[in-house]
Write a protein that binds this ligand. Structure first.
Ligand code: DC
Length: 231
């Protein structure tokens, strides 16, 4: 591929394989992959562990008050071929993808001050370009001038099935119905929130991967990358 370093903004629904796809693109181009959902999850986890979320009820004032105490950084893990997320120096990668965190992360991500802090961090991370950033508002808010914007989606049942397999393979005891409900309710919350709702940027291209393998998605990416960049 050519040497012009760009920003690739990848937005879309939860559990549609954005991270897998973003990781593969980043590896192909020699870019940095930044999973912004992991940053919102890390804030939600911290809030759960420090008393700002109890029995699923979020105390927004307490979340906002603890923001100054939360330092997030990513460190490349060669075994995963991606970066792990750390909060105040602690590795939290393995703790942020539980159903408990998934159930409260949409609400945490709808708090204005949380978004303000994380969006600023994301903009700094992408300053030097050569990044693939995945999230919900990357092409609309974080990098509205990104050279390539992809909006990813897949059928909700297919997405729930994929997430169910992932969690049960890890040994989590979850039901398919619970996962499906979480996928559907997060779609609703992400698309209807007041600040930076999930929506397709006007200049984003759509990738519906309901019936596509990772290889097919990569072939699609190669075509679109050359078409959009004219190379
Ligand atoms: O991509 P994910 O499922 O790990 O994201 C977790 C949550 O974070 C998701 O419900 C919406 C929120 N999110 C967001 O609001 N903006 C982003 N840029 C990324 C994620």
């Amino acid at each position: 591929m050519d040497n012009k370093r760009i920003i690739i903004a990848l937005d879309g629904h939860s559990s549609c394989g954005k991270s897998t796809f973003a990781k593969a693109i980043a590896a192909r181009l020699g870019y940095i992959f930044i999973d912004t959902g992991a940053m919102y999850r890390a804030v939600a986890l911290y809030a759960m562990e420090h008393g700002a979320i109890e029995s699923g009820i979020i105390n927004e004032d307490r979340v906002v008050a603890m923001l100054a105490d939360i330092n997030i950084d990513f460190r490349f893990n060669p075994e995963r071929g991606a970066s792990d997320i750390y909060v105040n120096g602690d590795l939290v990668e393995g703790k942020i993808r539980t159903i408990e965190v998934s159930n409260c992360v949409s609400a945490v991500s709808s708090i204005a001050q949380v978004r303000e802090k994380l969006v600023k961090m994301q903009q700094t991370m992408g300053e030097r370009k050569g990044v693939v950033m995945d999230g919900r508002d990357i092409g609309t808010v974080v990098f509205p001038n990104a050279e390539l914007k992809i909006y990813m989606t897949a059928d909700a049942k297919v997405r729930a099935e994929r997430r169910y397999k992932e969690l049960t393979a890890k040994g989590d005891s979850v039901s398919f119905d619970e996962i499906y409900e979480n996928v559907v309710s997060r779609d609703r919350a992400d698309m209807s929130r007041a600040i930076s709702p999930l929506r397709k940027a006007d200049d984003a291209i759509v990738l519906d991967n309901s019936a596509m393998s990772v290889e097919e998605q990569m072939a699609w990416f190669d075509r679109e990358y050359h078409r959009v960049l004219g190379c």
